[in-house]
Design a protein around this ligand. Sequence first.
Ligand code: B12
Length: 380
Amino acid sequence: MNRNLEIEIRKRAKALGFDIVRFTNADPFARDEQAALQRIRDGLMDGLPWYTEERVRRGARPGELLPGAKSIISVAISYLTGESEKAMGQPIGKVARYAWGDDYHKVIKSKLKELAGALPEIAGRPVVSRLFVDDGAMLDRAAAERSGVGWFGKNTNILTPSHGSWVFVAQLVTDLELTPDEALKKTCGECVRCIDDCPTNAIVAPYVIDNTKCISYLTIELRGAIPRELRPLVGDWVFGCDICQDVCPVNRKAEQSLEPAFRQRHDIAAPTLLPLLELGDEAFRERFTNSPIKRAKRVGMQRNVCVALGNIGDAAAVPALAKTLRENADALVRLHAAWALGRIGGEEARQVLVEAAQTEQDSEVKQEIEVSLEELTAKA
Ligand code: B12
């Protein structure tokens, strides 16, 4: 066996653009399996129907994901790329940093494929491997922790000493014997900033997220209505949320990303909101080609835009919201437009709601209009 296997692999992975490269064995992730199963049983992963007990059991056992697995090459790559460029004079929303650039699944998979392709030459024998980044069953953060890529923050994000939590983590499971690195001996100590500052109180205990309250879930994964009581707390986030990372002291000294594919795309990091209400399905797909934002779908994004406009409270949004309430084909979007009009308030918004109450056919939208009107009357 090549005695410099780990050194060579690390060198290749770094040359491909990974910021951190570590190794761990392919033993099961026993603590993480139990924690994830408990989370499902406690209802804290509700709303993610694909996140099943069966998936967790498989994902916690690298040997089931790749028969003959001996080691995991565990990598991280930063997506921290400066501040967002904001247009002036119009309502704008916030997008979580991880979605400012190209779709990270594609970017990272292509790098890991190249790394996998180089392994036989490095090892001097055929190598079996399987890659994972985000969308596979693998418990990505468990591998990142055990290999020493970073430590678990109380917000459940993996914090790296060099790049903070602004990293994607990924793995190449292989049948190579690699000397494992040690897990880091770091913790968040007494710090609870992320817990205190989460507007929806989604971090219900250190290391435990209630998915159903996390703004990231509400704006990306949730397909239905955002619960009424949570809408004001979502603020101006229209895709994902970074609050628990923004307030984290470790992230203050994080190094910047060197990956060109993650640089912010025009009008994505801080999108002007009103034009987004006009997009049809085709235009949405075009605008967000090769962007993680596609996951929210056009309807989900327009729902989020309505909520953000309601929370921003700028009366300049009333005509666009009125048009959305009258014309948008999706009841889910109309319902949130009605809510936003009620939240912005004022005579013009009230008048739009009164008129829509006469014409709206969908019972849930009708009910939202009525509640919003009642609230406006109570406020007056
Ligand atoms: C489902 C999911 C979500 C869900 C649920 C989040 C969650 N906390 O599980 C939602 C949609 C809300 C979400 C949001 C986000 N996500 Co997400 N998500 C995932 C996914 C697909 C699975 C995560 C999972 O298994 N959760 C199950 C729970 C049980 O795991 P956990 O929360 O990590 O909890 C662990 C700890 O509690 C630990 N533990 C238990 N007890 C104890 C005790 C101690 C003392 C310690 C130290 C640890 C510990 O064990 C648990 C299991 O490992 C992974 C990709 C993957 N395949 O793994 C990406 C992933 C976790 N997401 C990622 C990202 C970037 C995000 C967001 C930052 C995006 C955004 N800006 O909006 C937010 C962050 C929200 C947050 N604070 O977690 C990255 C995180 C990278 C990192 N640095 O950690 C991942 C790893 C994708 C990737 N490959 O890069 N996500």
